[in-house]
Design a protein around this ligand. Structure first.
Ligand code: ADP
Ligand code: MG
Length: 209
């Protein structure tokens, strides 16, 4: 299945062709239709299966670039993973003018980061601890958030981010789209999914050998 079968902005389709993304990967072809329809989705597929573009295209297709308030928040377990997600989102966003994607992770000076957030970012990609800090200090505000993404949710829980995640979710509008991606689906993920997602579509791509 090709991306052109989806209702994506022409600029995104042009960009995907330029990147050489011709066929959708299985997690993309199964999760993008419900994501683009605005549904909550649990996407379960192994590493390297293209999960970033699955949620990334959903975010980029619905963003209002004229509104510089944060519309999407992507939570990742580590700074390295947040950087990788931001790189991929920027590649995907190339066709769309004026999209600002900001990474907000620990290990960077807090006040400089706060100033960057204040100057406006459509998409914030960050780690739970530092995002929680910014929310508690009101240097990040999520009143206009439309989409929340929990990427590598199993690893975030393994790393002990449960309480941070619950706090962050509590700071987002109740009416939002939530997308949860995970390589595995242990009981703890089921439990957080039950609290955070609303009637999600659960997509599981089995490994093929
Ligand atoms: P995951 O998050 O599932 O581990 P990534 O989103 O990091 O996987 O994607 C893995 C690699 O596949 C990246 O290098 C990405 O650029 C590439 N990729 C993703 N989707 C496609 C596609 N449809 N066609 C070709 N390459 C793709
Ligand atoms: Mg990933």
């Amino acid at each position: 299945m090709t991306f052109s079968a989806l209702d994506l902005k022409p600029a995104l389709l042009d960009n995907l062709a330029g990147l050489g993304y011709l066929q959708m990967t299985p997690i993309q072809s199964r999760s993008l239709p419900p994501i683009l329809a605005g549904q909550d989705v649990i996407g379960q597929a192994k590493t390297g299966s293209g999960k970033t573009a699955a949620f990334g295209l959903g975010l980029l297709n619905t963003l209002d670039s004229s509104n510089f308030r944060t519309q999407a928040l992507v939570l990742c377990p580590t700074r390295e993973l947040a950087d990788q997600v931001a790189v991929e989102l920027r590649r995907l966003a190339r066709g769309i003018p004026n999209i600002k994607i900001l990474t907000v992770c620990g290990g960077k000076p807090f006040r400089i980061q706060a100033a960057s957030i204040d100057s406006g970012a459509h998409i914030v990609v960050g780690t739970p601890g530092r995002i929680e800090d910014h929310l508690r200090k009101s240097t990040l505000e999520l009143a206009e958030l439309t989409t929340l993404v929990l990427d590598e949710a199993d690893r975030m829980l393994d790393m002990g981010f449960q309480d941070s995640l619950d706090y962050i979710v509590g700071q987002t509008p109740a009416k939002r789209q939530t997308l949860l991606f995970s390589a595995t689906y242990p009981d703890e993920i089921q439990s957080i999914a039950g609290r955070v997602l609303t009637t999600p579509v659960h997509i599981k791509v089995e490994e093929t050998h």
